[in-house]
Design a protein around this ligand. Sequence first.
Ligand code: 5GP
Ligand code: MG
Length: 181
Amino acid sequence: MYRMSEKPLISANEIRERVTTLAREIAAAYDYDILISALTGAYMFTADLTRELAKAEGAKVYQKTIAFIKASSYGNSTESSGKLQVRGLEKIDLKGMKILMVDDIADTGTTMLGLCKMLQEAGAQEIRTCVLLNKQERREVDLTADFVGFEIANEFVVGYGLDYANDYRFLPDIWTLQETN
Ligand code: 5GP
Ligand code: MG
């Protein structure tokens, strides 16, 4: 059994402020062609990030496209199964493209690293990664996210698009789930 922390780990206000500065960091550093977002966890982050990118990138943003893929490795547990399933990538023309790959969280890093390898194999010219949350302590593969919203400790978090067994996604803040007996 799990229960939510008493207070949010990261409030909606903190998220809003950080997403604004993160968009500025991206706009200053990387002129990508396609933003690819990994469903489902990154949907809320992606909606907010793209609106902030529109402000930060000016007219350049008119040329950018967005695509969604479905990456799953978690099932209904809080531990990664380690197997990456990806759907939707085959519909995107990646040849020669500069990609900004967006996900909710980098945990072991398996998902993001696997996605980057697939993008590369499909002919992407350049790939940079962006995650709202990074659990560096949990890393099992050689992945360094290029743009990170928040560094967090080794805790399971929900809200702002992130789920536990598909619950909690609608919450505007990010909360920690604590195990109870
Ligand atoms: P990784 O492949 O890096 O181990 O895991 C990445 C994926 O696992 C994320 O896209 C996310 O779906 C899920 N994940 C990892 N940590 C958490 C967490 O603390 N909370 C939630 N809700 N999902 C997580
Ligand atoms: Mg995910």
